[in-house]
Design a protein around this ligand. Structure first.
Ligand SMILES: [Zn+2]
Length: 120
């Protein structure tokens, strides 16, 4: 990102380097899924701890079905991973560049930092 050089004029941009709309579609879909503050809050929590739906619903004060809905969307965007332990499913942020970028973007935008003992 920081090594991006801004050209003076559009004609200096090589056409083959301009992303096609289809290529940006995945980004657009992801941003659409993130257009919910509660979902971002759950994602941020899961960047710093592993938790099951029951624990999350207590923390964010939402009903378990509402939390499950957000978890489903976040997982379908590959931002979360989960593991089953007995009857419970535990979630945490995926160890991907996309999840890390989003994690740091959220913190930069609201000017917060990672909890001291968190994973991030
Ligand atoms: Zn953090």
């Amino acid at each position: 990102m920081s090594d991006c050089q801004r050209p003076n004029r559009p004609e200096s941009l090589p056409p083959e380097h301009i992303p096609r709309v289809e290529e940006l579609q995945t980004v657009s879909v992801l941003f659409k899924q993130l257009s919910d503050a509660s979902r971002l809050r759950i994602f941020w929590l899961l960047c710093h701890c592993e938790a099951c739906g029951t624990e999350l619903s207590a923390i964010v004060e939402m009903t378990p079905p509402a939390v499950a809905h957000h978890l489903r969307l976040l997982r379908s965007s590959h931002l979360l991973v989960s593991r089953r332990e007995g009857k419970e499913v535990y979630y945490r942020a995926a160890d991907t560049a996309q999840a890390q970028a989003l994690h740091h973007m959220i913190e930069e935008m609201v000017e917060i930092s990672c909890p001291r003992d968190g994973r991030g």
